[in-house]
Design a protein around this ligand. Structure first.
Ligand code: 26V
Length: 805
């Protein structure tokens, strides 16, 4: 399928007329965007229905990726790129006097996720389609995505994200595919004439789940998969059940907002209802499809794989059991065997606080049939393994413990695969966090290191670099990011190094303009752009970054003539609205920025820029302009990280602890092309073991730390009376849970190393080139292929895809 510039223009004119009865010269970017959306949708609609028919005809096994978050960002350009019509559209629009970038601005980010977990789900969607794999996403269509962040007097303020205000061009409401989901009430088992037990529901509520489907386009391969997001409605037949407005609202609000905490919302009834809502709707719609295939249920796992992205969709397990037993009348034994073979689970965190648990009373009350089944899953687990394994081990691994349902336990025991998201993380799961389960089911544990959709993070976000790559190594890297390694041959080629440096400089200039426009701060594109972009969390240690900045500040105050590069420290981070400490850190960083940026003694040598409202679109602007990538979490805490991969792909040099996927980045680029510092994971564990860490001691022995921490409380940094104290207390009074003070000296040394390396222009450019060249290793295309082969047992559709080696 191809389209010429003229065909495109004609189509646009025609549709603009039909929809708005106007000519191009009178149309607004809004209107043109909507028309363009409809042209693009029409362009892929055949491929969308063909893909589905092909899967059905070939009776191919499909994977359903269940995730409570998806974070695609904007879709216009990535759809155009994947359809192979980006250039045609750009040109055609230009001839109609429109700039594609102005239309891009019209589209709102689809931000139905908090951070890494949701973005990973979206990278996977792109890669699954691009690899020609039969796979679909299943999630929630929140009316409001992640809150919009504003700073008022340096404080984070949250505003609603009204992303649907002007409609969503890409979605298709599928009324006919709606399903009912039951909540609450009582349920009891009635014995039927044939002796079988059937559940009888009383006083329950039925809600309607309506799917909105979004096309997920493969990269130039005619594959179009589906992301299905569910929205709640009150079924007409049930209207009289919802008597008061409050009552009604409570149910209608089920899919209103995304929970803005990226750990878990323990104990929140609506959150649990959200989880069951999209799980039940999704599993029901899968079973409806399977019925069409007319195959025995015992073969379900040969046609369907369900992936549980973190524990939020773990109710897939009891819901599948419910359907198999209550609707299809299978025995418990058969149902459990099918369910276990269909389900697989990814763990995304080792932080114990973030492992999801639900109070038994809440589960019983909100989802009584689910609770009955979970109780039986637990009882049978204990019955099966008692006597085989040590009683304590069984007690520790039970699903229900101390009045709580442990979702991860259920996901591991009743699925066939549990994976971590980076080598180190997967090892820690086996050795520490989930060790008991590893003893029980060693064969289920595996690693799948995360990856990123390289097309978005290089071709789309960084066209300047992409052009240099095309000129240097040809275009094959656009299809197969492994070919980026061809760039290694040019590590001594001054011309190539210069071209890459010019592209970086261009991107820095662009970001500098953005910064000026949005914050009023002037930054020099000659300075080192040092970037930390990720959710704000104590364990990610944005504060360590700030401690180093304050050291630079005092060094310059004492010695304004001090040698060294100019640096701009760029932050992007949202804090969960209820996470007081993270919000205090935002305030402290913002006030330090105010102080340093306006201090005439500093004279612009260092600047701090905290950009508001970090999201996918902002990431696409920051990442191509970054020189330094800050990946400084306390070793063992960051499961993988993915901004580390995006920044590397764009030629930033990483300063990092040996945590998450940083370890694998170090392995591929080599010690010479990354700057590593800080405690190792083994040292962190040894430190827990010896229990003798004293932050106060380090503070007392370090004049510079004294000067920095005192500045937070003695008025040197103004306007942070309360927040400065909170920060200092976390370090000294509460003994520095994430060992910032212990890592401070080695972090400072590492930063000095960065400074020296940057001063050697050629050396820096070579490091940057080698980071780009080795980034192909972290493509989510490869990651999903490994999931497909090892976990899902699904194969690419041969017809369209090139054979992967
Ligand atoms: C954990 C915790 C622990 C304690 C308090 C707050 C808090 C907040 C969030 C989390 C992580 C929740 C799950 C999650 O988002 N994990 C992220 O998944 C990414 C994709 O696999 C991965 O790259 C990140 O390292 C991981 O944090």
């Amino acid at each position: 399928m191809t389209m010429t510039v003229n065909e495109f223009k004609e189509e646009m004119k025609q549709r603009l007329k039909e929809k708005y009865a106007m000519d191009f010269k009178d149309a607004s970017p809004q209107e043109v965007f909507h028309v363009l959306g409809s042209v693009v949708k029409a362009y892929y609609s055949d491929a969308w229905s063909d893909t589905w028919k092909d899967y059905l005809r070939a009776e191919q096994k499909q994977v359903y990726y269940f995730s409570i978050e998806f974070l695609p960002g904007k879709m216009l350009k990535s759809n155009l790129l994947n359809l192979g019509i980006l250039e045609v559209v750009k040109e055609g629009l230009a001839e109609l006097d429109f700039d594609l970038e102005d239309l891009v601005d019209v589209e709102k980010d689809m931000a139905l996720g908090n951070g890494g977990l949701g973005r990973l789900a979206s990278c996977f969607m792109d890669s699954i389609a691009s690899c020609g794999l039969p796979g679909n996403g299943n999630g929630i269509r929140y009316d409001y995505g992640l809150f919009k962040q504003r700073f008022v007097d340096g404080y984070q303020v949250e505003l609603p994200d009204e992303w649907l205000r002007n409609g969503n061009t890409w979605e298709v409401r599928k009324e006919s595919k709606a399903v009912d989901v039951r909540f609450g009430g009582q349920v009891w088992m009635k014995e039927m004439a044939d002796g079988k037990l059937k559940p009888v529901y009383e006083n329950d509520r039925i809600l309607r789940a309506v799917p909105y489907d979004t096309a997920i386009l493969g990269y130039q391969n005619h594959i179009v998969n589906t992301l299905r997001l569910w929205s709640v409605e009150i079924p007409a037949s049930q209207e009289d059940q919802y008597r008061s407005i409050d009552d009604r609202r409570q149910f209608e609000d089920l899919t209103a907002v995304l929970y803005p905490d990226d750990s878990n919302e323990h104990g929140r009834r609506v959150r649990l209802a959200q989880e069951y809502f999209f799980v039940s709707a999704g599993v029901q719609s899968i079973m409806r499809y399977f019925k069409k295939l007319n195959k025995p249920l015992t073969l379900l796992n040969e046609y369907v794989a369900i992936h549980i992205n973190d524990t939020h969709p773990a109710l897939c397990i009891p819901e599948m059991m419910r359907i198999l037993m209550d609707d299809y009348e299978l025995s418990w034994e058969v149902a459990v065997s099918i369910t276990t073979k269909v389900m697989s689970y990814t763990n995304h965190t080792i932080m114990a606080e973030a492992l999801e648990k639900w109070p038994v009373e809440l589960m019983k009350d909100a989802l009584p049939r689910m609770y009955q089944i979970i109780e039986e899953l637990d009882r049978r687990f204990v019955a099966t393994y008692s006597g085989v394994w040590d009683a304590d081990l069984i007690q520790r691994t039970r699903i229900i413990q101390n009045g709580q349902v442990h979702m991860a336990h259920m996901a591991i025991i009743y699925s066939h695969s549990t994976n971590g998201v980076a080598k180190l993380h997967s090892d820690l799961l086996k050795e520490v966090v989930l060790h008991d389960f590893y003893v029980l089911f060693p064969e289920r544990f595996n690693n799948k290191t995360n990856g990123i959709a390289q097309r978005r993070w290089s071709q789309l976000a960084n066209p300047e670099m992409a052009e240099v790559l095309d000129e240097t190594i040809g275009k094959s890297w656009r299809q197969d990011s492994d070919d980026l390694k061809l760039l290694k041959n040019y590590v001594e080629d001054e011309a190539v190094l210069t071209k890459l440096a010019v592209a970086k400089q261009h991107n820095k200039q662009k970001l500098a303009s953005y910064i000026k426009e949005h914050t009023g701060i002037e930054v020099s594109p000659e300075a080192i752009f040092d970037v930390q972009i990720k959710r704000l969390h104590a364990y990610k240690r944005q504060l360590l970054n700030l401690l180093h900045i304050m050291k630079c500040y005092f060094d310059l105050k004492d010695n304004p003539q001090k040698e060294g590069n100019q640096r701009v420290f760029i932050f992007g981070a949202k804090a969960a609205p209820s996470y007081t400490y993270a919000k205090a850190i935002i305030k402290v960083i913002n006030e330090c920025a105010n102080l340093i940026n306006h201090d005439p003694d500093i004279n612009g040598r260092i600047k701090i820029v905290f950009l508001e409202n970090y999201n996918v679109t902002l990431a696409e602007q920051i990442i191509p302009a970054a020189d330094v990538s800050e990946q400084i979490s306390l070793a063992s805490k960051e499961a993988s990280g993915t901004s580390n991969m995006k920044l590397m792909l764009n030629g930033a040099v990483t300063i990092a602890t040996l945590d998450g996927a940083n370890v694998e980045i170090r392995d591929v680029v080599g010690d010479d092309n990354i700057v590593i510092f800080g405690m190792t994971e083994a040292e962190v564990y040894a430190c827990y073991e010896s229990n003798d860490y004293s932050a106060m001691k380090i503070y007392e022995e370090s004049p510079i730390l004294q000067r920095i921490l005192n500045a937070f409380v003695d008025g040197t940094v103004p306007n942070i009376q309360y927040e400065g104290q909170a920060v200092v207390d976390s370090l000294l009074k509460y003994n520095d849970e994430y060992f910032l003070l212990r890592d401070f000296a080695s972090y400072v040394a590492a930063q000095e190393q960065i400074d020296r390396l940057y001063s050697d222009k050629k050396r820096w450019q070579q490091m940057s080139l080698l980071n780009i060249a080795n980034a192909g290793r972290f493509s989510s295309d490869d990651t999903v292929m490994r999931y497909a082969e090892d976990i899902w047992q699904i194969e690419p559709v041969e017809k369209y895809t090139k054979k992967r080696t």
